[in-house]
Design a binder for this molecule. Structure first.
Ligand SMILES: NC(=O)c1ccc[n+]([C@@H]2O[C@H](COP(=O)([O-])OP(=O)(O)OC[C@H]3O[C@@H](n4cnc5c(N)ncnc54)[C@H](OP(=O)(O)O)[C@@H]3O)[C@@H](O)[C@H]2O)c1
Length: 284
């Protein structure tokens, strides 16, 4: 049975907190961790979280607590941060909750952009601070910050989204440096997936076949497997799938001028092939 109480967790199993656990990559993290960890599942849709919590409890005996929170709201973030800071058996925080906005920046709703920046930047900032306040004195624990290959590759219509993910990688790298400077055993990871089959593009209202060929689409399970393998090897950056490793390796070698010119030429080619439909989506 899912638990909803907020008493500290007492169990022989380590505890993991996963934000955005109600679908996609977060749900895949929850399911993959469930045989070995107890869980706190965070998102807005209670019924989805309850269903996952019940399933993993039945399958693996996992103590899965549902914490309904809208992480764009300061009060909800503070509530989740308090749990994270005070849980003595917390071993892993996955900052995964997110959504995309798409389209020319000034044509989209500023409110969606504002919420996205709160969710991708301010919430992980607070939750990382709470988790490290817990982990560093114990000299153990790990944080996975779910960024994106969009942290490295900027595209027309995704500047605002990509900027939040660039922040996420820069911030995670900074944390890594701070932790290494005190020889801490605490691990941080910037997970940078490419296009992944989840609810993300449905929520944004964009067609997957317009984004990338089928061979470039990853499963949430393979993204999570790469992340957990990376955690075992204490890797700072994890880019799942060899195709994206090559793409990001090349993109990060370009000078800024070359990168911008390449992106514009790519768009001109796309323009000739089909008239693009600009969406300023975020529908959930
Ligand atoms: N799919 C991709 O192609 C892709 C590629 C690179 C990176 N990513 C990143 O991967 C992460 C997970 O996305 P996904 O692909 O798994 O998409 P998804 O299936 O749409 O899942 C997004 C999750 O975030 C939660 N969420 C959204 N707004 C929230 C809010 N205000 N407060 C709390 N939780 C919220 C959603 O739950 P509720 O709606 O129940 O709140 C859901 O559980 C995101 O950070 C995304 O940027 C995705």
């Amino acid at each position: 049975m899912p638990t909803t109480q907020s008493a500290p967790h007492h169990s022989p199993r380590p505890l993991a907190v996963v934000t955005g656990a109600s679908s996609g990559i977060g749900e895949a993290f929850a399911r993959k961790l469930a045989p070995s960890h107890d869980l706190i599942l965070v998102a807005r849709r209670r019924e989805k979280l309850d269903a996952i919590a019940s399933e993993v409890a039945a399958a693996h005996g996992t103590r899965a607590e549902v914490l309904v929170a809208d992480l764009t709201l300061e009060t909800d973030v503070a509530r989740v941060a308090k749990r994270i800071r005070t849980e003595p058996s917390l071993e892993l925080l996955v900052n995964n909750a997110g959504f995309g906005v798409d389209g020319l920046f000034w044509e989209g709703a500023i409110e969606s952009n504002d919420r996205m920046h709160r969710l991708h930047i301010l919430a992980p900032l607070r939750l990382c601070h709470a988790a490290l306040g817990n982990f560093v004195p114990r000299n153990r624990g790990a944080i996975v910050n779910v960024a994106s290959v969009a942290a490295f590759i900027r595209g027309i219509g995704s500047g605002s989204y990509g900027a939040t993910k660039s922040w996420m990688t820069a911030f995670t790298e900074g944390l890594h440096l701070d932790l290494r400077s005190i020889k801490s055993r605490v691990v941080v990871q910037a997970l940078c997936p490419g296009f992944t089959y989840t609810e993300f593009h449905d929520a944004m209202g964009v067609r997957r076949d317009k984004r990338a060929p089928r061979s470039f689409w990853l499963t949430a399970e393979s993204v999570v497997a790469a992340s957990l393998a990376g955690l075992r090897r204490r890797k700072l950056y994890v880019v799942p799938d060899w195709k994206y490793k090559i793409v990001t390796a090349i993109a990060t070698k370009f000078s800024n001028r070359m990168r911008v010119a390449f992106e514009l030429s790519r768009t001109r080619r796309t323009d000739k092939e089909a008239a693009p439909s600009q969406s300023a989506g975020e529908t959930r």
